[in-house]
Ligand binder design. Sequence first.
Ligand SMILES: CC(C)(COP(=O)(O)OP(=O)(O)OC[C@H]1O[C@@H](n2cnc3c(N)ncnc32)[C@H](O)[C@@H]1OP(=O)(O)O)[C@@H](O)C(=O)NCCC(=O)NCCS
Length: 149
Amino acid sequence: MLYNSAMERLTIELARESDIPFMLELWQDTPGVGLGPGDDYTSVAAFLQRNPGSCLVLKNQDAVIGTVLGGFDGRRGYIYHLVIHEDYRRQGYGKKLLQEAVQRLKAINAGKIHLFVLKSNSEVEGFYEKQGWIKRQDIEVFSLDTAKI
Ligand SMILES: CC(C)(COP(=O)(O)OP(=O)(O)OC[C@H]1O[C@@H](n2cnc3c(N)ncnc32)[C@H](O)[C@@H]1OP(=O)(O)O)[C@@H](O)C(=O)NCCC(=O)NCCS
């Protein structure tokens, strides 16, 4: 357990494989989360195995009410699926979860960390800017679907 809010019995913990069904459920229920290949049980389990120290869940007792996936490819860090259940927003938990994941990526030498925000989810930009993240004007994202080649 990394964090314990005694008042509300909320904890931040490393995400475990047994959390995955609840993480998937939270993501599916949250508008603004871009879901695609990589968001099934097997892929998330592989992600947790590769990034065992930087994927976190916020729990209210046993219920998963927040997530963040921190990944490191050896060169850059990446943050995916920072989500707080809507009933728990605007209480500082998103900031706390993000800070914890960032510290953990920094500790394994991720010098720079990126994250992606859907253009349709621009309302979240203010949150990231408040946490010191810079919206890049100089980069476009290109993607390749390897199932099609
Ligand atoms: C983005 C999200 C994780 C923020 O979580 P949260 O717990 O509500 O955020 P916090 O309470 O920690 O907010 C931290 C600060 O950011 C501010 N903030 C929160 N959401 C904001 C928003 N949408 N726009 C501007 N500022 C925002 C808070 O007011 C707070 O400011 P303060 O430090 O001055 O008090 C949450 O809104 C969410 O889960 N959104 C849906 C999923 C999503 O879109 N995730 C991002 C995918 S890229």
